[in-house]
Write a protein that binds this ligand. Structure first.
Ligand code: ADP
Length: 260
């Protein structure tokens, strides 16, 4: 294995967050996992390579911030005052937040390469990478650029419905083909816990993610319930210091963070 170059030299673990299709909560899980790791005292970087749908700046309420240059490249945006959670996203480079990124493959690949090697990440326990849905050029570009960091972990997000589970199978095949270490499967939007009586209703079928993980011979990392409070706070922009003691989603993510 070649030594990690310059800006990646301080990165200890890389986790790519993948999903077979959009809308299953990949960005949500990426953001909440990063916050859960931060909550556990880790130094975390979040890299948004979902170039056509960068939602992390808004979710973490830093969409108005800008990245600056230093002698080692771009300085990522620090989400918290303690500077233990940093974020890099194409969203910071767009003139208007709703501007569409309509680039062809080579330009996207070049930007992803730059995001990995030209960002002054500093020492990080974890670099969490939010990827676009499916398996695209962006995934290959990220994997190639990050490979010098050592073994790359993959966390695959699904919802309980069978259609999503089918997509995940393809995602796991991709991970194996490109040599990612599969950390496991997370089932998101798994049951709705009533905020009034705490009873759990399975809005969709339940257990698909766990069954899939068992069949595929990969770990099942846990399920994250549908949490209206989480959805609302991400729409408004999440306060990173708020750990949501009353929310069923955040503790679920904290226990997933302990298992990776
Ligand atoms: P993806 O990145 O896979 O496209 P997002 O993370 O953007 O998906 O999530 C899609 C929508 O679902 C968002 O509005 C998000 O707030 C909501 N969402 C995701 N996970 C949950 C959850 N566990 N509870 C409630 N809402 C969720």
């Amino acid at each position: 294995m070649e030594a990690a170059p310059g800006n990646l030299a301080g990165v200890r673990h890389v986790i790519l967050v993948l999903s077979g299709k959009g809308g299953v909560g990949k960005s949500t899980i990426s953001a909440e996992l990063a916050l859960a790791l931060r909550h556990a005292g880790k130094k975390v970087g979040l890299l948004d390579v979902d170039l056509c749908g960068p939602s992390l700046p808004r979710m973490l309420r830093v969409q108005d911030r800008a990245v600056h240059q230093c002698d080692r490249g771009w300085v990522p945006v620090f989400v918290d005052r303690e500077q233990s959670l940093s974020l890099m996203s194409v969203g910071f480079l767009l003139e208007k937040p709703d501007e569409a990124v309509v680039w062809r493959g080579p330009k996207k690949n070049a930007l992803i390469k730059q995001f990995v090697s030209d960002v002054a990440w500093g020492p990080l326990d974890y670099l969490v990478v939010d990827t676009p849905p499916g398996t695209s050029d962006e995934h290959m570009a990220a994997v190639d650029a990050l490979r010098p960091c050592g073994p790359l972990g993959a966390l695959v997000v699904t919802t309980p419905q069978a259609v999503s589970v089918g997509d995940v199978r393809r995602e796991l095949t991709f991970c194996r083909k490109v040599g990612l270490r599969i950390l496991g499967v997370v089932e998101n939007m798994s049951g709705f816990v009533c905020p009034h009586c705490a009873e759990c209703t399975n809005v969709f079928s339940r257990g698909g993610g766990e069954e899939l993980a068992r069949h595929a011979g990969v770990p099942f990392l846990g399920s994250v319930p549908l949490d209206p409070e989480l959805c609302r706070s991400l729409e408004e922009g999440r306060d990173p210091t708020q750990s949501f003691p009353a929310s069923p989603a955040f503790p679920a993510l904290c226990s997933i963070a302990q298992r990776i």
